[in-house]
Structures are given as structure tokens and as C-alpha cells.
Ligand binder design. Structure first.
Ligand SMILES: [Zn+2]
Length: 279
């Protein structure tokens, strides 16, 4: 059984709770868990080669029974489930998802691997259900962040499933517990060599027709932000090693709503760590 996507040819994003076909190989079901961090909610990707019954599902999402049930229904037989990274809005539903689908679940971290003992590794190529998926280790948002390159049909563009490494709008917050800016800049560099011409299928926000310019804009934005922090340190007469993150936030983000400061503090903390090491 291959469930039909919504009939509207241009339904756009967001479309919570309804399957939306984005490429011949990929459809999205947006979870109804909007927030400052998740934008309109978590995108659960259902990858299916045309004419095939089995699907590969990326990021079943949070512990939202209604969403998981809808995804399971839309996906049909799930040959494999892939996890982009450990955050709860992508993984908290895994146990329930496994009960619904009995799918093998694979992630970078063994902790989220179910029905299989093999964690994903960067460079691995998965061939399943008529799909060819290359695994890229793209740390920075978290240490365990993965991206997936999904081949399209002959003559059609492939896709980049980017998790939270690249979002469909705005920028991603680096998780200071194990995300580093050095890792993230390295991941953007690696993605820049493969992104051009690939449809962007992000963990949050709208899909975009070409990942190339998005990756380039993300890299440029990070360099601009680093320069802002360098300038703030110069203004404040502080070194990256000594500066308190909130002091820098108050200087750089003085014109920005205070509600954004805690997230900005996390970003600035990561930037200060980078500048203390790399200048
Ligand atoms: Zn995340």
C-alpha cells in the first residue's frame, strides 16, 4: 500500500498533520509541536522509492501518539528508521514508534538504536527499499548529528535530509553540552561540497529547492556572528577566555527582545569557546 499524499500540488509549509509529497522520493508529516526551538514543529520524513511498498522514516519525532500513529499509517511497512540526532523532539517517540512498526531504528548513538546493534557511521551507504542513502556525520548542533544524502531517480535532483544542522528558516542553536562551533563550521564546509542542487529536507521549517545557497548562507552567517562577538570583546576590553557569555549577549543583542537572550547566551558561549581556542 502506498498512501496518497494530499491532492493540493502546492500546499506548502506548514501543513500540520497531513502528508505532503515534496519530491518523488520524499514526503513530510509535520508534527504539531511548534515552539521557539522547533519552529512550526518537527518534520518527520517518509522516504519511499516510486512504486515501492516499503519506506524509510527519518525522525519519528516527539512522544506524540497522534503524530506517531499518522506517520505509521502513511509509511506502511517501515524497512528502516533513521535518527538525525538525540534531541527529544526527534527521539522521544522512538519507543512508541518501535511498538507501532517493529522497524529497526538506527542513529549515530547506540542509545537510540533499536532492533539492531549497529550505530550509523559517517560515509556509510545504506541501500534499502530501492533507496540509496549516504550517511554524513555532521556534528555541531550536537556531537551526534547526522545528515543524509538521498539519491533521486535518474536525471532528478537528490535530497539532503539535514536534521537540525540546517533548518528551513532561521539559524540553528548549537547545543553547548556537546556541540562545538569548530565542529559545526567543519560540517558546513563538508556539506558545501555536496549540497548544490539537492532539495533541502530539514528537521524544522520549510523544505527548499536547493541546499547549496542555504549552506553557503549558513556559513556566512556564522562568520558574521563570530565577527560581532570579536567586535564586542574589543568594545568591552575582554578576552574570549575571560568574558562572561551574558555580558557579551547584552552587548551584541541589546536591540533584540530579551526573550531571545537565553538562546543567544548558548550561542555566544559556544562562540567564545571557539574564539578562545581558534581566535
Ligand atoms: Zn536538535
Amino acid at each position: 500500500m502506498t498512501p496518497e499524499a494530499t491532492a493540493d500540488p502546492h500546499p506548502g509549509h506548514p501543513l500540520p498533520g497531513k502528508l505532503r509529497q515534496v519530491t518523488p522520493y520524499a514526503a513530510v508529516l509535520l508534527c504539531d509541536n511548534p515552539s521557539v526551538m522547533t519552529l512550526e514543529g518537527t518534520n518527520t520524513w517518509i522516504l519511499r522509492a516510486p512504486g515501492r511498498e516499503e519506506a524509510v522514516v527519518v525522525d519519528p519525532g516527539p512522544k506524540d501518539k497522534k503524530h506517531l500513529k499518522k506517520v505509521a499509517k502513511a509509511a506502511g511497512t517501515v524497512a528502516l528508521t533513521l535518527v538525525t540526532h538525540r534531541h527529544a523532539d526527534h527521539t522521544a517517540g522512538l519507543k512508541r514508534w518501535e511498538e507501532l512498526t517493529r522497524s529497526p531504528i538506527r542513529a549515530f548513538s547506540e542509545k537510540y538504536c533499536i532492533n539492531t546493534a549497529t550505530p550509523l557511521t559517517g560515509g556509510e551507504v545504506i541501500e534499502v527499499a530501492g533507496l540509496r542513502i549516504e550517511v554524513l556525520h555532521t556534528p555541531g548542533h550536537t556531537a551526534d548529528s547526522l545528515s543524509f544524502l538521498v539519491d533521486g531517480a535518474e536525471g532528478e535532483p537528490g535530497a539532503l535530509v539535514s536534521g537540525d544542522t540546517i533548518l528551513g528558516r532561521g539559524t540553528t542553536v548549537l547545543d553547548a553540552s556537546d556541540g562545538t562551533l569548530a565542529d559545526y563550521l567543519g560540517s558546513l564546509e563538508a556539506l558545501s561540497t555536496v549540497a548544490a542542487g539537492r532539495v533541502l529536507l530539514p528537521g524544522h521549517g520549510p523544505d527548499l529547492p536547493d541546499s547549496g545557497p542555504v549552506v553557503a548562507a549558513y556559513a556566512a552567517h556564522r562568520q558574521d556572528r563570530l565577527q560581532q562577538v570579536r567586535d564586542a570583546l574589543a568594545d568591552l576590553g575582554l578576552s574570549a577566555a575571560d568574558a562572561k557569555p551574558m555580558k557579551v549577549v547584552k552587548h551584541v543583542y541589546r536591540d533584540v527582545d530579551k526573550k531571545a537572550w537565553p538562546a543567544a547566551r548558548q550561542s555566544v558561549k559556544v562562540q567564545l569557546a571557539y574564539l578562545a581556542e581558534h581566535g
